[in-house]
Design a protein around this ligand. Sequence first.
Ligand code: OGA
Ligand code: ZN
Length: 385
Amino acid sequence: SRPVGKGAEVAEHAGLLVEDVFHDDEWLTVRWLDGQQSRFPAIWLRDNIPSGRHTREGQRLFDIAQLPDRITLSSAALTSDGGLAVTFDPEQIQDVFEVAWLERHRLDRAAREARDVPPTLWSGEHQEKLEFIDYDRVAGDPTELAGWLRTVRDYGFALLRNVPTVPATVLEVVQLFGFVRETNYGRLFDVLTKRDAANLADTSMAVGAHTDNPYRDPVPGLQLLHCPDSDVEGGLSVLVDGFSAAECLREDARPHFDLLREHAVAFRYTESGSVDLRSAAPLIQTDPSGRVLAVRYNSRSAAPLDMPVEVLPRFYDAYRHFGRLLEDPSAQVSFKLGPGDLMLLDNQRVLHARTGFTGSGRHLQGCYADKDGLHSTLRVLEGRG
Ligand code: OGA
Ligand code: ZN
């Protein structure tokens, strides 16, 4: 290994990635072969020392509270086998980072942006690209399954056909990537036309665009709907990209967008004597950088708005504006779920609706699932485990 002093001493490193490294007390700077530079603060490096973990990339063995207030770098040197040896003061701890690990964790803006997988926003033109994939292909081939899950990650929904019309098969579809989220509706629920329906779902009426179950905390991240049987006129499924609508709102009317992310809307679902579910959250949730994280919208279960009274008139303008973007046919795609068809939705992004129908022979079976399991399975299938 060759020590690198304070300043810009160049190391002729045999490794493939690094041109040279420099350090002062507080910062390590790595100049990569592509000409980019990354800086790493001493405290960040100390926090991430390889020997601080139970196994390679395993769980951390210490707590941030145990670290000294002021950590500095006393040396940093490339090793001949692709490592970077670093010594920290005041503890005089030495450890060796893999350069390839540092490369994967670069903190420069370009690298951080490259690691990001932003959603692919869509509108009505996406109709041309709708694709129902054969269940057997997805169930029998990990590459096909990864592709199908990637569609959910990027577009917020994916479709299947030729799913067996045997009842409860939707639960087998969940097992391809994750776990059922059980609710008071059961592990599995039926959407069936009923005479004395308690839920609008069980009538033949149209149901407007919505995300499901906004009255839960947390909201179910995924919804699956499978059609074992249908022979009705109408009853189309309609989907709209809530993230795309939120971005349109941000562009058209920033004050409306801000109102919807700054004020919580209360949602409620009750069944007398047995259920009283309530949750309040903004219709548009953003992260600290302003990126849209989640959308919830459901007229059927929105409770009376409960927010400062002087905000309400403006809030209603914003709410209606968003509702019209979501109901705009040019934003929507539609298809009919026939026997053996299934849709998987990101319930915090893509809203679904159905048109009214005539006849009573329509049966859907659905369930909810968590999104983390889907993303975990996708990463493992992609070999990024
Ligand atoms: C619902 C619903 C879908 C359908 O009731 O929440 O989305 O196609 N139903 O019946
Ligand atoms: Zn629904």
